[in-house]
Design a protein around this ligand. Sequence first.
Ligand SMILES: [Zn+2]
Length: 141
Amino acid sequence: MRGSITLHPEHGVNPSLGVCFWCGGDDGTVLLLGLNKGKEAAHRTCVGYDPCDTCKKNWERGVVVIEATDDQPDDDRPEIQSGLYPTGSWAVMTKDAVLRLFDGDSGESAIRHGKAYINKEAWDQLGLDDEPQGEQEVSGS
Ligand SMILES: [Zn+2]
């Protein structure tokens, strides 16, 4: 029936905790997957690219720069933007740092949107550690 959950015969509403793609933390959502193609739901599931409240707060401190690739990773993750797949690495940068990193209009555009996607080569040039994921700041110095 439309709008209802078909229960799993063994796992019932078959719940799963929502996980933030960006930090791997709980995002405060609970998914009720029901039949779920006959499978037991994973204990934790990532369903999208919306940042959790903690990540959102971090991102709002500057401009978030997100590493993205045009090769779809093996986990079949969806595009975040046409032809771009986020790797999960990101950093919050000051506006000054963004203007030094990006040429001309793309720096202004990144600041206007509060975010920018960069490829692996550009990400590697930032010289950031890959671990822990996110929560790295690039200062304007
Ligand atoms: Zn998060």
